[in-house]
Design a protein around this ligand. Sequence first.
Ligand code: SIN
Length: 571
Amino acid sequence: MTTDAVRLPGRLIAPEPGWTTRADVVVVGSGIAGLTAALRLRKKVGKVLLVTKDVLNAGSTQWAQGGIAAALGPGDSPAEHERDTLVAGAGVCDAEAVRVLVNEGPKAVRYLLKRGTNFDLDAAGDLSLTREGGHHRDRIAHAGGDATGAEIQRALMQSVADAPQIEVVEHALAVDLLLGADGGVSGLTLHVMGEGQRDGVGAVHCRAVVLASGGLGQVFSQTTNPAVSTGDGMAVALRAGARLRDLEFVQFHPTVMYLGPDSHGQQPLISEAVRGEGAFLVDDEGNRFMQGVHELADLAPRDVVAKAIMKRMLETGRPHMWLDARHLGADASGASHDGDRGAREASVTRFWARRFPTILSTARRHGIDPVTDLIPVAPACHYASGGVATDLHGRTGIPGLYATGEVACSGVHGANRLASNSLLEGLVFSRRIAKVLPGELRPWTEPVADQRVPGLVSGAVRRDLQATMSGKVGVLRNAPGLTEAAAVLDKLAGVTADEVGQDAWEATNLVTISSALTAAALLREETRGSHWREDFPERDDTRWAGHFDVQMADGLTSVAFSPAAPTDGDD
Ligand code: SIN
């Protein structure tokens, strides 16, 4: 089945390159996936150029709280991790990719230890492991309590700083791929906010590009993603002819701190690990509404919890629910709830300061003290389970183009990513790319004249786009809303930019990805994983156990469905 969708720019309007340079491999992005790819490749290919849109630690990895999942604990096994991953993925994971992830996971975490990551340890000096939604074992390694991503980012950045083979260019936005006569990679155009020889738009001639540029959270009004997550890598790949897969499976994190109806942009995450340590959800009346919804109650897979919160919000007309974490660590004080209140609060405070220092200080900054207050929470966009379709070694359909981390769809997440599998995916698949890429490096090729029709959408459309996506393509979707969203996006795609620059490039990428996502969401007439259709409330394996792939040719996108091989992990 193929359906035509909207006409979009075939490439971005940008000034002719004012400078050129050469590198064997360009890695785009500097989170866990990009840094790992660069480090793993650095001794195997000539020159590695690592480019990133902002500074090195401005991406999503820096913000990851909960941790990194791997079967490292006593009694745990990759097979159990595999089962939990497949169940969360709701029937459309790639079983082989999941097997790769869970089997290579423990080794990948040990690699981080070797690179100097200081994970939290238990009293015996072993990795301290916790639990998050959908996991039946304690298997989440964490650092600095709830600052896991920041610690991993620090350790990997240090390793990159110590690696003379890697050249880093910050403030460099990837504009478009340069393609050779065979349709394969021959380079990349970049816009660098630099000085001297590397300022403005330039061209890097290269033999391979590894996209590790993260997700698309800024498509929505509220997201846990930082400002840089505008879907650039996915849009660059789509314009070059790559397939985007499973885009409709956007994960909405259930417990994002609610900051009011006018809040916008990146919102504070309240890690699932808080529920892993015993916090629970309540409504305004104090009812624990997750009980009876799922055998794991408050620790059900993320899509189940997000849906239950939304349902309760709709039933009660309230804009958020509450997370009760006022009892965490209280048992250690020996004080009863009504008895020695001071001792109890001191004990809870100590627990919070040790286990969740980042969340504690962020919540207090917003006027909520988790020690004494309920935390207002509502679902918000958190993670793109889909992305650029890859094989088990990160290869896309374009010769010389690889993808890893959130920008990619390796098949491990299916319809809903299992908590803390994302950092792991970046580590495992970047290593796999580094294993094959050196042996299949393309010869240097000249880019051919670009026949794609250029275009540029005005940066002014961003707020309307986000409001449309949040209102009509958010947690709960239906055909009229999705159809309306597609029409609005079509209109926004026609609002051309007066000025060439980052606002317009990002807006064009946001419109491109939103259009592709909405087209797939409209076609998927069922509820599966994180895709929730009000008008098709059941999962329908007879029609939709498979993937929607979006491709672009001549500025026109098409969506095609392909069945997935059955997995045995469905609940
Ligand atoms: C969290 O800490 O709840 C987020 C972890 C993840 O997204 O995997």
